[in-house]
Design a protein. Structure first.
Length: 323
């Protein structure tokens, strides 16, 4: 049996424009894009197993204050952000299945999550593989908040722009499939036939896991200046320079680590003074597991229009993409 689902979504958009005064103008916008996907559809999904339902929200908002200083100078100050929240909840989550099928109270105080377990019966003995599980549970919330300012000046044949921005990013997430009440595998280790092992309760392996939520954080920013010079009515040159700062990533509880080839390894199984070891946030007075970096990014462009219906454009630049 083949099952499918239609993932429907709607966009919600709102905009605001308000004249604070003759020289000051306020504008804002908001976008909401919710989506409810279904994953891992199969024959068991209609019975409430295997598949996962998602409730995802994507939001984007900004407020801009425009100051018309005079006929040749304008300043734009902006605050904005983007945010995504994804919650994946399987139909068997929180329904008491471990108790219903007898796993509770046998687990005792170390009981895993309240979700139907995974069961895999390998193929063998003229019987194909059969697998069923309770679906996947996971959480994700990430986003970036941005503060920026851009000043524009028109002077003669020159249009100058300069400004900067500061970004702070976060990501709170669990692993894909962050909880389980056990994964039971039957491979025929007792009888030679996996399905016979299943009927006898002779499990080959039992696996359980639990992924805690991780909170990643990073900060970045940049400064820029550019000039658009109208050399002649048919020729324009644009040149700019940007300095991009990328802060390293860290974790709110210092649970991230990275390999450093310059740190002395104090492990008991290595030679004393050997270099190369894991470094975690919170050690040596630092909370980031990556070094922050800064880079210059020049850009130049030319537009030439020798005839009224023709225009030739060329440009070169270095662009930094935050990691």
């Amino acid at each position: 049996m083949v099952q499918s689902t239609t993932t429907g979504s709607k966009w919600y958009v709102a905009k605001l424009d308000y004249a604070l005064s003759q020289k000051h103008h306020l504008s804002g916008s908001y976008l909401d894009f919710p989506i409810s996907p279904t994953y891992n559809l199969d024959a068991f999904c209609s019975l409430g197993f295997d598949c996962t339902y998602g409730n995802n929200y994507n939001e984007d908002a900004q407020i801009t204050e425009t100051w018309n200083i005079n006929s040749s100078m304008v300043n734009e100050a902006r605050v904005g952000g983007v945010r995504e929240v994804d919650k994946y909840i399987p139909p068997t989550y929180g329904k008491g299945y471990p108790t219903t099928i007898g796993l509770e109270p046998a687990y005792g105080n170390d009981a895993p999550a309240d979700i139907f377990p995974g069961v895999t019966i390998n193929g063998g003995g003229n019987v194909g593989q059969v697998a069923i599980n309770g679906g996947t549970h996971a959480d994700l919330a990430d986003g970036t908040y941005v503060v920026s300012d851009v000043f524009s000046l028109v002077k003669g044949k020159h249009t100058l722009k300069m400004g900067g921005e500061f970004d702070t990013s976060y990501q709170n997430y669990t692993g894909w499939g962050d909880v389980t009440s056990g994964n039971f595998v039957f491979n025929g280790v007792a009888t030679g036939v996996p399905y016979a092992d299943f009927l006898l309760g002779e499990v080959y392996g039992w696996y359980v896991y639990d992924y805690p939520e991780t909170g990643a954080r990073s900060k970045s920013g940049g400064l820029f200046a550019q000039d658009n010079y109208q050399v002649t009515p048919h020729l324009a040159v644009n040149a700019g320079l940007r300095w991009q700062y990328q802060g390293g990533w860290g974790e709110v509880q210092n649970r991230w680590g990275t390999w450093s080839p310059t740190v002395v390894n104090t492990g008991q199984y290595v030679k004393a003074g050997s270099l190369g070891a894991m470094v975690y946030g919170g050690q040596d007075g630092r909370s980031l597991v990556q070094d922050s970096v800064g880079e210059w990014a020049p850009r130049v462009g030319v537009v030439w229009s020798p005839l009224s219906k023709w225009a030739f454009r060329a440009s070169y630049g270095i662009t930094d993409v935050p990691w």
